[in-house]
Each structure stands twice: as structure tokens, then as C-alpha cells.
Design a protein around this ligand. Structure first.
Ligand code: HDE
Length: 708
């Protein structure tokens, strides 16, 4: 049957031919579907080999009701390509989000390193940063309780430097040999395929219970650090010690820290659980929207610098990645800033195909002997082959250096470079102009002096597993300690095997007796607890380090945050305008939530547009909330469970709530009790914003949750 076209012809236009209307020609198919032929200036659809396509919607067939023909190369190519669209996801850190930007050096380390990226003040180095969760699969929810990857690729003039870190400064293990076990334990249990993106299950805690070296990291993992409000509001750490090496070959140890300009902020566990339901893409949407709106996230790069002699004076071995150097011991020196100002144009090409490799260093930066780092240097290169399928993965644009590169490596799958040279080797007299090594500018490894025999043995300096775990717990504010206790209770309550739970309680009392007892109370554990047997005595004299606490680092600003306002028909236009103005002056975003997405009519007859419909905009999405309602609007909201939950959740999540006097019955129905975080909104929202700048109302917490 011939296709019927509105323009009276059943033939598609000749490829590249323009239409009379100036727009692309619309052809209505037999089933009513709309096809578009190329318009003026628009490209003609082609196969991957450039053959123009006349019809992209109807397969070639033997008669209108007959079978398809194998000859149809247009159909076969399209399906062939589609069938192979996915590449294996990362074995860990599968779920990620990323952005382009630049790093600008503000303080030179030229006296310590030959790395130009750390030497030339004002130099802007392009970067690509990818943030990720570790355990979940690619399609998992953003707010799983999990460590966050914080990986930055610097495209420097001396080659790519990949700083592949996390948002936590220590790691679970001391030897790369254990990494597959850790990953197998935390990922979904293989016999049942669940839970994904969750550590709250038997196999994870079984493995942790048998691995005392993980205790320090577990304290961080159970803190609110693993449920960040936004990737824009979390720190990043290089974790391992690296070396800076100067022109004379002198080495200085360095640890890298990223500190967000927006301050540190996390959500509360109950919020995380609910955000995952209402917006599983909460973090990627947040970063994407912020960058699209021109609100570019920024981090300071700080370094901790120390030498062998300093290291010898530490209470721990800095080569042990389960230990950190508190900023109180070696202060941070801020040397630059990273700004992310461009979203990826294509997530597969960039976020998925980016291949971070810890081995990517530049002259002047070198590895330390941290055994975990040494193991990583094998893993990251190796894994790219299974993910990207070719040793030429470095030629994918997101992975290619932005400086010239040349060597004698040739051929392989998906080679995109055409090497015209006859000589593909060195040395050679035939082609003296080919690339050659350089003693002056080439990368040289620091000649560390090594001692000891070839053996499978861990240094005794790695034996203390509990002291820094205890120091971390004691460095937290009361609210943060309460959350660690609550997280452990939640996680261990999901464990079915008593022996695992009991063994964990033994570790917890060894870290800190009060911590273990509180968790035991929350688990309803009434038996005795057998403490773990540390290899060396746990130190109780390590001074609490406030730099390890998020809350002790100070209040985050309102900038970059979202204020949610629930507004009903007939609400005060003056108040709505005042709220908008005050939000703009603090750099916060005001989001309007209404009973319908069409918005509301305010008391002056003006229309207010909604950003969210009530059920799609629960208060968990916002940092602080306001309710501007009329009497009638309030009465209507009293019949909406979603409205009552909206207010109740905001209260339970310790948010500052501003409410017009008419909304009082709604607050009462939601069980809101008066405290400094509850502000009556009269004509002016300025007072409300002052209260909102104080962050969460922590003092409210014991009213809304049992604190064990
Ligand atoms: Fe990774 N890790 N890791 N890791 N890791 C990977 O590499 C590995 C470790 C980290 O956004 C994989 O390309 C081993 C510490 C980040 O693409 C893999 C060991 C830290 C990312 C791998 C560790 C990290 C990865 C999976 C123990 C913080 C995501 C896909 C020796 C300092 C990078 C890939 C991105 C990814 C192995 C331990 C951070 C399999 C063997 C410690 C941020 O190669």
C-alpha cells in the first residue's frame, strides 16, 4: 500500500532536496505516524557509511503484508548498532555523574615539584571530574548509603594526571589483594541478586566482621558523609600519600584534599530513603541543573606536605591507607581551585567512557609505596580493556591527552590513528626524526631505597586498627555521633546472622565502649558482648580532631540550596514576593509546590507558576521549607495526606519551617511543635531566611527519633 502524504505525494523527497515550506516535509504514514524528510540546510539521514536513506521507518518487505528482506542493509545496520549499544558497566563505581571544568593554580609548588600543573600560578588546566557511588549498579539510586568516588582527570601540558579519590580520606583495606573480596561482599548477594546499592546485608557485615583493618573506614561509612546532600557539597581525598619530586630529585610526601566552596552538607537517613523514591537521580539532576543555571561548583585543592622525618614522628604509618593525617597535625595548604562549568554533551561518550587510571602521573608527581595504590596501578589499566574493548582506549576523545603524544605503539582494535611512518621502533638510523626518550623532561621514578626480603607479610606498623576509628567517633558532634549509632543499628538490624551482629558489637565496643553499648541497646541485644582482640592496644590519648566533623567545620551557606514553598490558592502575594526576593539575595533557589502543576491564584488575583505538583515535590527535596496558605487553601490541604506528610517530614528532618498564620491547622495536623526552627511568616520573609541560614534544627532531633 502506498503511503499517503498531506502534500499529495507518496514519494519521499530526494535526499538533500529542500521543501517549499522552508520546514522539513511531514509525511503521514499509514498508521498515522509522522515522518520528517530533511529540511533546508538540515543533514540527510545516512547509514554509517554515508549512504543516504530514503525511508527510516519502513523496512524493505516482499509485498506490503509480506516478510522482511535480508537485503535491507538500512534495517540491519540500525538494529546491529542498537544491539551493541551497552558496554560493560564498571565493576565498582558503576553509577556516576560528571562534568568538565578547569583547575587553576593559585599558589606555586614549583620549589617542590617539576609538575607544571602545580608550578605555574594562574595556569588553567582543563579537567573532567566524575563522581560515583561504589556498590550499586549503573541504574541504582543516587542516595544509597555509600562511599562516593571523586575522580579528576587533569589534561596537563605534560600528559594526563588522574587523581582518583573518594569523599572519605581512608579506605577499607590495607592490601589490594583483598579488594575483590570487599567488592563481592558489598555488592548484591550472588545467589539472590539483591540487595543492590546497599551495605545493609549479611555478606557485607560478615566480611567486615572478619576484617578489623576496615573499622576506621566503617566509622566514616556509617556517618552522614555517605549520604551527601549534593556532590557539590562533599570533600574529596586522594587517600594515599603521593610524592612531589623537584628538579634535583628531592621528594616531599603529599596528600591531596578537595574542599567544596558550598560547605559540607548531608541529608538525614530517612530523607535519603525517601529521596531515592521520589527522585533516584537526585545528585545527577542537582549537578546538571546547577551547571546549566551557571551556578558552577567550586572546590579548593589543598595539600598536606611532609617529609620522611615528619612521617617518622606520626602515631601511625602514612603508607597505610586506613589511616589519615588530621589537618590539626599537618595543616592544609590551599594551592588552587577547580571549577566545573560544563555538563557532558553525551553521557556515554564522556561519563561512561572516561577511563581513570591511577597510573596516569606526570613528571614531578610520583607514587608512594602504599600497597593499595601499587595494586590499583595494575587494576585501573587492566579493567579498561574489558570495559572499552581495546588497548586504544586512550584515543577516545575524553581519555586522550590534550598535549601532543607520540610513541611506537601501533595497531590493535579500533586504531583510529593512521601512522604513515615506515619505522615503528627505536632505536633507528633510518628515521632519526621519530619520537625519542628525554632524560631532561621525561618521567623519572623516585629512587626509593628499599629493605627487606621478598615476602607476603604486612608491616607491623599497619597493626593498629581501632585507635583512629575511636578518634573519628570522638571528633564528631553529638548529633553526628547519634547518626553513626543510628546507622549501625539500621544496618545491623538488616543482618540475619546473630554471629555476624555479635562479632560486630565486639568490634564496636573495642572502638569505644559507649558506641558499642548504644548500638547494642538499639538492636535490643541483651547478651554479653565479647570485645575484639586488637593486635596492638587501642590508643585512648589521640586528641579529637574537629576537622573530621562536618558540623564542626561550620555552617554551610544558603547559596546553592533549595527552599521549597507550599503555596495554595488565595495565599498572600506580598509574602510570596518577599520569599522570592529573600531567596534570590542569599543565592538559594525558591521552588514552588502547588496542589496542581498549573500553579495557584494568589490573593491579588495574580497567577503563581508551580515547579512541582504536591505529590511530586515532597519536602525531602528541599533544604528548608515554607508554607504560604489561605484559610480555604489550608482546609483543602487538611484533606491531603501528601500535604500533611510534607509538613511532618520537614519537621522530622529538622528543617526550618516558615508558615503563614493561616497554615497553623496544617502544622498542628502534622504534629509540628514550636521551636526556634518554626518561624511565623507575616509580611516579610527576611527573618525566616535568617533562621534558615542556621541549617537544621538539631535540638529537635530527640523529639522525633529515639536516640540510643
Ligand atoms: Fe577503585 N576501582 N580500586 N578505589 N575506584 C575502580 O576502575 C580498585 C580504591 C575509585 O569514576 C575500577 O575504571 C582496586 C581506592 C574511584 O571512573 C577498578 C582497589 C579508591 C573509581 C578499581 C581500589 C578508589 C574507582 C572500576 C584496591 C579511593 C571510579 C572501574 C587496591 C582512593 C572512577 C574502573 C570513575 C574505580 C579497582 C581501591 C576510588 C576495578 C583494585 C582506595 C573514584 O579498576
Amino acid at each position: 500500500m502506498a503511503r499517503v502524504s498531506k502534500s499529495g505525494t507518496d514519494k519521499a523527497k530526494k535526499p538533500g532536496a529542500s521543501t517549499d515550506s522552508g520546514k522539513s516535509q511531514i509525511v503521514i504514514g499509514v498508521g498515522g505516524e509522522r515522518h520528517q524528510a530533511a529540511g533546508p540546510g538540515g543533514p540527510v539521514l545516512t547509514t554509517n557509511f554515508g549512504t543516504p536513506i530514503s525511508d527510516d521507518h519502513n523496512s524493505l518487505r516482499a509485498g506490503p503484508r509480506g516478510p522482511l528482506l535480508l537485503e535491507d542493509f538500512v534495517l540491519r545496520e540500525k538494529i546491529f548498532h542498537f544491539d551493541h549499544e551497552r558496554i560493560p558497566e564498571r565493576v565498582v563505581h558503576a553509577r556516576g555523574l560528571a562534568a568538565h571544568g578547569y583547575f587553576e593554580l593559585t599558589d606555586s609548588l614549583a620549589d617542590l615539584t617539576t609538575a607544571l600543573v602545580l608550578g605555574e600560578v594562574g595556569e588553567k588546566t582543563p579537567v573532567f571530574a566524575r563522581f560515583s557511588t561504589v556498590a550499586g549498579n549503573k541504574g541504582s539510586a543516587d542516595l544509597a548509603r555509600d562511599v562516593r568516588g571523586f575522580a579528576v582527570k587533569f589534561y596537563t601540558k605534560q600528559g594526563n594526571w588522574d587523581l582518583v579519590g573518594n569523599n572519605i580520606p581512608v579506605f577499607f583495606i590495607q592490601d589490594a589483594m583483598k579488594f575483590p573480596d570487599l567488592a563481592h561482599a558489598v555488592k548484591e548477594e550472588p545467589d539472590r541478586g539483591f540487595p543492590q546499592a546497599a551495605s545493609a546485608h549479611d555478606t557485607f557485615w560478615d566480611w567486615i566482621a572478619m576484617t578489623p583493618e576496615a573499622m576506621h573506614m566503617v566509622m566514616w561509612q556509617m556517618s552522614d558523609r555517605t549520604i551527601p546532600r549534593s556532590v557539590r557539597m562533599m570533600q574529596g581525598f586522594g587517600v594515599h600519600s603521593f610524592r612531589l619530586v623537584d628538579a634535583a630529585g628531592k621528594s616531599t610526601f603529599v596528600k591531596f584534599h578537595w574542599t567544596p566552596k558550598l560547605g559540607l552538607q548531608s541529608v538525614i537517613w530517612d530523607e535519603a530513603v525517601k529521596i531515592n523514591g521520589v527522585d533516584a537521580d537526585y545528585h545527577r539532576r542537582d549537578l546538571y541543573n546547577a551547571i546549566s543555571a551557571g551556578d558552577f561548583p567550586e572546590w579548593e585543592l589543598g595539600v598536606q606536605l611532609f617529609d620522611e622525618q615528619d612521617a617518622a614522628g606520626f602515631d601511625f604509618d602514612h603508607l597505610d591507607p586506613t589511616k589519615l593525617i588530621p589537618e590539626e597535625v599537618v595543616p592544609l595548604r590551599v594551592i588552587g581551585r577547580m571549577i566545573l562549568d560544563r555538563n557532558p554533551a553525551n553521557v556515554h561518550a564522556e561519563t561512561e567512557q572516561v577511563a581513570f587510571c591511577t597510573q596516569n602521573l606526570v613528571p614531578g608527581i610520583d607514587f608512594s609505596e602504599d600497597p593499595l595504590l601499587q595494586g590499583r596501578n595494575f587494576s585501573y589499566l587492566d579493567t579498561q580493556l574489558s570495559r572499552l574493548g581495546s588497548t586504544n582506549f586512550n584515543q577516545i576523545p575524553i581519555n586522550a591527552p590534550k598535549c601532543p603524544f607520540a610513541n611506537m605503539q601501533r595497531d590493535g582494535h579500533m586504531q583510529t590513528q593512521v601512522h604513515p611512518q615506515r619505522v615503528a621502533y627505536t632505536p633507528s638510523l633510518l628515521d632519526p626524526s621519530g619520537p625519542r626518550e628525554s632524560q631532561d623532561t621525561g618521567f623519572r621514578s623516585f629512587p626509593t631505597t628499599l629493605t627487606g626480603g621478598k615476602q607476603r607479610e604486612r608491616s607491623v606498623t599497619f597493626a593498629d586498627h581501632y585507635s583512629q576509628a575511636r578518634q573519628f567517633f570522638l571528633s564528631q558532634t553529638e548529633a553526628e555521633q547519634d547518626h553513626i549509632v543510628a546507622a549501625l543499628i539500621f544496618e545491623l538490624s538488616k543482618v540475619e546472622a546473630d554471629i555476624v551482629r555479635e562479632t560486630m558489637l565486639g568490634h564496636l565496643v573495642t572502638i569505644h565502649e559507649g558506641l558499642g553499648e548504644r548500638v547494642a541497646a538499639g538492636l535490643g541485644h541483651d547478651g554479653t558482648i565479647t570485645p575484639a582482640k586488637p593486635a596492638v592496644a587501642t590508643r585512648t590519648d589521640l586528641a579529637p580532631a574537629p576537622s573530621l566533623s562536618m558540623l564542626a567545620r561550620g555552617l554551610p551557606p544558603l547559596r546553592g540550596r533549595q527552599i521549597g514553598a507550599l503555596v495554595t490558592d488565595g495565599a498572600s502575594a506580598v509574602l510570596a514576593a518577599s520569599l522570592k526576593k529573600a531567596a534570590a539575595s542569599t543565592g538559594a533557589m525558591l521552588k514552588i509546590v502547588c496542589p496542581t502543576v498549573g500553579g495557584v491564584v494568589l490573593d491579588d488575583g495574580s497567577k503563581l507558576k508551580a515547579d512541582y505538583q504536591l505529590a511530586g515535590g515532597p519536602s525531602v527535596l528541599f533544604d528548608a521549607v515554607a508554607i504560604i496558605a489561605s484559610d480555604d487553601g489550608t482546609t483543602a490541604m487538611l484533606g491531603e495526606a501528601a500535604a500533611i506528610n510534607w509538613v511532618h517530614d520537614a519537621f522530622a528532618h529538622l528543617k526550618v519551617i516558615g508558615a503563614s498564620p493561616e497554615a497553623k491547622p496544617l502544622l498542628d495536623a502534622a504534629g509540628v511543635a514550636t521551636d526556634p526552627g518554626i518561624v511565623v511568616l507575616e509580611k516579610d520573609a527576611a527573618g525566616y531566611f535568617e533562621a534558615a541560614s542556621a541549617g537544621r534544627t538539631w535540638a529537635r532531633e530527640p523529639l522525633v527519633r529515639t536516640v540510643y
